[in-house]
Design a binder for this molecule. Sequence first.
Ligand SMILES: [Fe+2]
Ligand SMILES: [Fe+2]
Length: 203
Amino acid sequence: MPRRRIGVGVTGRLALLHAVAHIELNAIDLAWDIIARFPETDLPKEFYDEWVTVADEEAKHFGLLSDRLSALGGAYGDLPAHDGLWRAAENTSGDILARLAIAPLLLEARGLDVTPAMIAKLEKVGDDESAAVLKIIYQDEVGHVATGVRWFRWVAESRNLDPQRAFKDMVGQYFKGGLKPPFNTQARDAAKFPASWYEPLSQ
Ligand SMILES: [Fe+2]
Ligand SMILES: [Fe+2]
């Protein structure tokens, strides 16, 4: 038997799943980082509980993706990955309000915008297992954005800031360029992320 090369379809899927796995791995670290890094002493116990849940779910996501990668003949680490997410983490390491604005409210919410198209693409090529993994991730990520919104509001209000105004200021200060539409308003609404916060910042 001649050795079969992996088809273009599998290569593309491996690249997609690898990219998402990289994001999830960073997301585990980001969840623990927000628990440990910031000096705010008045955060209630629920803050820590909720981010532990997020960390647990990010680890689950990475595990599910690792399983899909190995089912397709790959593994995390096979491909290069860019460090945009970790750079965002470093940039916002001095202020919890900036971290909440950029990590859950900007980057994870962006995940909600783009994931449905990825799921559709995987289903189109018949990879229902990978699509099912992304559906789990998508559902959980609505919760992560909701956690981000809740605590962004809490920290802004504890500093006597208007949350909408504070979000605009944080994005202006810590993010280059505008936010990229189209937004998944349905999922963002489900996370109680007000369109009035992000729509004016649209590119
Ligand atoms: Fe995740
Ligand atoms: Fe997440």
